[in-house]
Design a protein around this ligand. Structure first.
Ligand SMILES: C[S@@+](CC[C@H](N)C(=O)[O-])C[C@H]1O[C@@H](n2cnc3c(N)ncnc32)[C@H](O)[C@@H]1O
Length: 363
């Protein structure tokens, strides 16, 4: 059964004024064609920023503040210097510590940059009754969505209780495993699933449950990055550390039982589940600031920082637990990956896939 999150802020207008220390990014929004088209290479390379704001300390203020949060949620597991979730320990291979929370927050802002500041793309009505965010992480998306839809009751679930306490009154965080049988006593108008690559063992079951718990005519939206770097000009050698990293990461995730590179499959997942009016928006996102276009270059600078912060959390547990590599071997590969991410002769990009679809009205 889901457990309710302790915090509820009294007034939505207070967001950003009461101890919020989340990093805020602003930047250019990208018209779809800028990403869909061939990307020109800049021959005068720039440099990315490596600054990172402090983590939100609100988390430490709220533990054990209600009876509904038990030790099983906060009894975190520590491994290789990183902190992992306690509820359903071992189920999700990425950490939940402050560095990871910062990374998730930065990724939220990168999604906003990519999609022109839009929180979602599905054409949901202006007034909805209920929305669900699966695997909400630090909850920034859910907070923004709840602020944008004050008429709606929003539930956001995660294995980790890493969400802030001061939240819109129409939002509730719950600690829950999305792979368990859902027990909601109502149906949703909209279900949002973002960056769940490597989190889900049984996508058809997740899609089936989402279908069953949507109202007829309700929308589902899934967004994720491919965990595979493409180039249009074959500039990433197969002998590179980055290439080895992505091959091993995807291999280890499959062995672990939670495939990582699911983004290209999202469209098929929703179609197979019976959703209709399926729309896919796929965009190229450069992994380092090699493009000439200044808007793409700026996005790529954020993306490069995000990649630098992602490679360890994504691989550490999978490489050590599944591939049985020791820390030295992992570090050697990751050092090489960091060098490759700084090598602007490698014109790498990922593809972000946003898929939205509707439950048929007659269902
Ligand atoms: C990469 S984060 C994405 C967070 C958020 N959706 C976003 O886009 O910023 C993945 C999140 O999914 C959560 N997660 C993984 N497996 C889960 C599961 N079976 N049920 C619920 N949450 C899960 C993790 O704890 C983590 O917070």
């Amino acid at each position: 059964m889901p457990r309710a999150h302790p915090g509820n802020r009294p007034d939505a207008a207070e967001i950003g004024s009461g101890g919020e220390t989340r990093p805020q990014f602003s930047g250019p929004s990208l018209p779809p064609e800028a990403i869909a088209e061939h990307i020109s290479v800049d021959s005068n390379y720039g440099e990315g920023s490596t600054d990172r704001d402090d983590a939100d300390s609100a988390f430490f203020d709220r533990e054990s503040s209600t009876a509904s949060l038990t030790e099983s949620i906060f009894n975190y597991q520590y491994e290789n210097g990183r902190r992992y979730h306690a509820f359903r320990a071992g189920a999700y291979p990425l950490p939940n510590d402050e560095a990871e929370q910062d990374r998730m927050d930065m990724q939220h802002h990168i999604y906003l940059l990519i999609f022109g500041g839009n929180l979602y793309q599905a054409p949901i009505p202006q007034q909805i009754e209920r929305a669900l965010d699966i695997g909400c992480g630090t909850g920034l998306w859910a907070i923004d969505f709840a602020d944008m839809h004050p008429e709606a009751s929003v539930i956001a679930t995660d294995l980790s209780s890493i969400q802030p306490s001061w939240i819109p009154p129409n939002l509730r965080f719950e600690i829950d495993d999305a792979e368990e049988d859902w027990s909601y006593s109502y149906k949703f108008d909209y279900i949002h699933i973002r960056s769940m690559a490597g989190s889900i063992a049984n996508w058809p079951k997740l899609m089936r449950q989402a279908y069953d718990f949507l109202k007829p005519g309700g929308w589902i939206e899934l967004t994720d990055f491919e965990t595979w770097a493409h180039t249009d000009d074959n500039t990433l050698p197969e002998t590179s550390a980055y290439h080895e990293f992505q091959v091993k990461l995807n291999e280890a995730a499959i062995k672990f039982g939670k495939e990582m590179n699911v983004a290209p499959k999202l469209r098929g997942f929703v179609k197979d589940a019976g959703f209709v009016n399926v729309v896919e928006d796929a965009r190229k996102v450069p992994l380092s600031p090699w493009p000439q276009d200044p808007r793409l270059k700026e996005l790529a600078m954020y993306m490069n920082l995000q990649m630098m912060e992602s490679i360890e959390p994504y691989s550490l547990a999978l490489f050590s637990r599944v591939l049985k590599w020791d820390k030295e071997r992992i570090n050697t590969l990751l050092d090489g990956v960091r060098r490759d991410l700084k090598n602007l002769n490698y014109h790498m990009y990922s593809i972000v896939h946003c898929v939205y679809a509707q439950k048929p009205l007659e269902s």
